[in-house]
Design a protein around this ligand. Structure first.
Ligand code: NOJ
Length: 530
């Protein structure tokens, strides 16, 4: 019997489906491509895949603009392909988590087409329509997350509609009970097909201020920042009533056994943890993105882990994320040596880790030439480094022309370094980052202390981050050198230890005396002995 539920013990692996594996030569990844790579995911040791949106979509925001919540976009395949994928994934012991995009639809969604057809239409109130301000301009000062005003004028019905993202992504009105019912039915459609859970897109955006008050200006705004930062998002998101919606979604999932609700939430810690809900009736895992935004420095990360552990509500299960399809890759942020330390951190912290495809082969900074840019945000606000294409480039499978990703022309260029960094090659290099990820996942599976065990910080100095993980009689020390100088410190409580794993993957298991010796950029997992 498993000691705890799968989503607490397991490792989640995010697939950006356009870029994982193309099976039909159109240069865009698809469901049958993912199917072909399931054995890779089981070899790697992951427990669950989360696939970014695969629903019917005009792709203005690459699937985050949904035109049919119960359909598969032909670019990705068919509903039958999906059923095969989930069946095969389950047969291999992999869970499947879908993205759910409830805040907005595509402007091509039949609901929006109806809604915009007339003020009297029965779906008018399914979206957020407002009269102009007295001066004829937009109803308030809210800005789109992708730049420019968040209100779009509709000539035919002489009102504005609200879009927190692109104008092609009108926001649904979650205060409307019919909207809620329709969206919960969409969840059930996939749950009935066996989906193991959802990652819910911008869940903290679902409810807006009832009075649509202006957001206050952000006095710290810098001109090199995205325009959305001009104002503090006080009234456009994270409203108290959103928690009722989150717990309703949770109740839908609870109609089925062992499903997981993950919420995408970019908020400071104290507001993030509110999404566990009253008496844990909210999201099982409000995504914790704090590692992405904290400086890569041992002291700040140590403080962050403590703050997070302290902020968690009683019984709330932690989780950690190093990157995703919206954030610069960890390899680009910290460089190849520290990317290995980051892998050890992610996979030894208390809480569910979510990995991002390609990080395990060390994809780093990828330059996207201007003519290859795809991301609508980069197109709207060019040159500020906001574009998300660099973290969405195709996966590297082998040394062939397009690295085995496609036989066609890839929709985004591959990282030119792929000939020396691909799954096939790295699988045969005993000390590669890929083998490190695999070993870390394996250790985590073998030792419950590393997944569900108690977390205890160990005081250290300088560039070293250290902590213990303990479950029953098992006790491990994780020591991570985030700096470029060697560092030594005593083992806790005068113990001795056995090195189980070094991020350098260049030593066998070795018993050590009273002291930990870390090389530059090295992380160690040490089994502590009495
Ligand atoms: C968050 C998603 O992760 C991002 O890719 C998308 O552009 C926005 N939400 C809008 O759906």
């Amino acid at each position: 019997m498993p000691e705890t539920t799968w989503w607490k013990r397991g490792v989640v692996y995010q697939i950006y489906p356009r870029s994982f594996q193309d099976s039909n030569g159109d240069g865009i990844g698809d469901l049958n491509g993912i199917r072909q790579r399931l054995d890779y995911l089981t070899w790697l040791g992951t427990d669950a895949l989360w696939i970014s949106p695969i629903y019917t979509s005009p792709m203005a925001d690459f699937g985050y603009d949904v035109a049919d919540y119960c359909g598969i976009d032909p670019i990705f395949g068919t509903l039958e392909d999906f059923d095969h994928l989930i069946e095969e994934a389950h047969a291999k012991g992999l869970r499947l988590i879908l993205d759910f995009v409830p805040n907005h639809t595509s402007d091509q969604h039949p609901w929006f087409q109806e809604s915009r057809s007339s003020r009297a239409n029965s779906k008018r109130d399914w979206y957020i329509w407002r009269d102009p301000a007295p001066d004829g301009g937009p109803p308030n000062n809210w800005i789109s997350n992708f730049g420019g005003p968040a209100w779009e004028w509709d000539e035919a019905t002489e009102q504005y509609y609200y879009h927190a993202f692109l104008r092609e992504q009108p926001d649904l009105n979650w205060r409307n009970a019919e909207v809620r019912k329709a969206m919960y039915d969409a969840l059930r459609f996939w749950l009935n097909r066996g989906v193991d859970g959802f990652r819910v897109d911008v869940i903290w955006h679902l409810i807006k201020d009832a009075e649509f008050r202006d957001n206050p200006p952000n006095l710290g705004f810098q001109p090199n920042q995205a325009e959305i930062n001009r104002f503090l998002q006080v009234y456009s998101a994270d409203q108290p009533e959103v928690h009722e919606v989150v717990s309703e979604m949770r109740r839908v999932l609870e109609e089925y056994p062992e499903r997981v609700l993950i919420g995408e939430i970019y908020l400071p810690l104290e507001r993030l943890v509110a999404y566990y809900g009253q008496d844990l009736s909210g999201a099982h895992l409000p995504f914790n993105f704090q590692l992405i935004h904290t400086a890569w420095n041992a002291r700040e990360i140590a403080a962050l882990i403590n703050e997070y552990e302290d902020a968690l509500p009683e019984g709330g299960w932690p989780n950690w994320v190093l990157g995703n399809h919206d954030q610069p890759r960890i390899g680009a942020r910290v460089g190849p040596r520290q990317a290995r330390v980051a892998a050890m951190l992610l996979l030894t912290l208390r809480g569910t880790p979510t990995m991002y495809y390609g990080d395990e082969i060390g994809i780093g900074k990828v330059e996207i030439p201007p003519e290859a840019v795809q991301d609508p945000w980069e197109k709207n606000e060019p040159g500020l480094g906001l574009g998300r294409d660099p973290e969405r480039t195709p996966m590297h499978w082998d040394g062939s022309a397009q690295s085995g990703f496609t036989r066609g022309r890839p929709w985004l260029p591959l990282d030119p370094s792929f000939p020396s960094c691909h799954v096939e090659g790295l699988r045969n290099e005993p000390a590669s980052i890929l083998m490190l990820y695999r070993r870390l996942i394996e250790l985590r599976r073998q030792h419950l202390a590393l997944s569900i065990g108690r977390y205890k910080p160990i005081p250290t100095e300088g560039d070293v981050l250290a902590y213990e993980r303990q479950h029953r009689t098992e006790r491990f020390l994780v020591a991570l050198n985030l700096g470029q100088k060697p560092h030594a410190f005593p083992l806790p409580d005068g113990r001795t230890g056995r090195v189980l794993l070094s991020t350098c993957l260049d030593q066998g298991e070795e018993t050590i005396g009273a002291q930990v010796n870390l090389r530059p950029d090295e992380g160690l997992i040490i089994a502590l002995q009495e």
